[in-house]
Design a protein around this ligand. Structure first.
Ligand SMILES: Cc1cc2nc3c(=O)[nH]c(=O)nc-3n(C[C@H](O)[C@H](O)[C@H](O)COP(=O)(O)O)c2cc1C
Length: 172
């Protein structure tokens, strides 16, 4: 696992190659295996491969979502907030697990924050994404994870990047 964690970097440029069904299936299974508070599993996942929809999603934020237009694949992570008061944590954990599975499958990925963000017109990014994807009212949108075969290289992390001073033993 540490090797995967050192290697994982946010990738925002992708080859114009669709993901194979088996890879998509593995990513969806990884998402569904994420731990959640009390095992409630308030999350749901919308797999998007349509170029047209990805283009619309690329406009979900004033900045930081543009690259979705060039991604072959994305998972929109949503959760039913009426089911759990810690849906944010649950959704975030599943999102990271999607990223780690993508990494293990030789793909690059990047998180696009949606909750608490706004479009260029000042509309809530969540409202925008919910309209694009017909998401029911009581669901919240945490983020969008874009993934695909990387078309950019990033230096893996090394031991020197670790902020060891952030680790405390026994007491602060
Ligand atoms: C909660 C969260 C929100 C993020 N939001 C965005 C985003 O909206 N757009 C984007 O391009 N990257 C986003 N990122 C990716 C970060 O910019 C990236 O993880 C960080 O710069 C560290 O780089 P690394 O992922 O290569 O280690 C987000 C990451 C996290 C964990």
């Amino acid at each position: 696992m540490l090797e995967t964690l050192y290697r994982r970097r946010s990738i925002r440029k992708f080859k114009n190659v669709p993901l194979e069904r088996e890879r998509i299936e593995k990513i969806t299974k990884a998402a569904l295996l994420a731990p959640s508070s009390c095992g409630i599993r308030p999350w749901e996942f919308i797999i998007v491969e349509s170029k047209q929809t990805l283009k619309l999603l690329s406009e979900a934020k004033a900045s930081g979502s543009e690259f979705l237009a060039g991604a072959p694949f994305a998972v929109v992570v949503i959760a039913d907030e009426t089911k759990s008061d810690v849906w944010i944590e649950d959704a975030a954990i599943s999102s990271v697990i999607i990223q780690l599975e993508a990494e293990k499958l030789g793909l690059g990925s990047c998180w696009v924050q949606i909750r608490n963000r706004r479009t260029a017109n000042g509309e809530s990014s969540e409202t925008y994404v919910k309209k694009v994807l017909d998401i029911p009212f009581h669901y919240r949108v945490e983020c969008i994870i874009a993934a695909g075969y990387p078309a950019e290289r990033k230096k893996p992390y090394s031991q020197d990047d670790l902020l060891m001073e952030k680790i405390h033993y026994e007491k602060y």
